[in-house]
Design a protein around this ligand. Sequence first.
Ligand code: CO
Length: 177
Amino acid sequence: MALRDIHLLGSAPLRARSAEVPVVDDLLRQFIDDLFETMDAAEGVGLAANQVGITQRVAVVGVEDDRFAMVNPVIVSAEGRARGEEGCLSIPDLHAEVTRPERIVLEALDREGKPYRRELDGYVARAVQHEIDHLDGILFLDHLSLLKRELLIRRWKKENKGGSLIRKVVPEGKRTR
Ligand code: CO
């Protein structure tokens, strides 16, 4: 397993529509393990492949003990509306309230390539929707009003001083601060 570098706002893969995964093989399983490891090291609750520069429809989610991979995920139905705070490993330290469907039905392939279907609500449903958005080149900021979005992006760019498009993930224990 290996930690992957995370792409930051402004990097092209974040705005790409990712391609369907043709086959779930050992290489993809290794990649999924890398995504989990990188998500954990960065202390996130989800990570999509294009956030590490790979534009394929794969993402991982980890909300408390509920950890799963999604290959070629599709939301087959959605209902209700819920508002909640979101952040993103590709836009560190920026948070905003986002309104999304409250309950969803997810269909995807798991790490073994086996199809599954899950009914989800609450925070994990939010995380799944956030990650599937990534695979379509959509960021949580896109759900905000234009005015709010521009304000937050301007502020974030000012704080992200080096203007770096890549973030090296440093595992816990090796951090200097
Ligand atoms: Co994100």
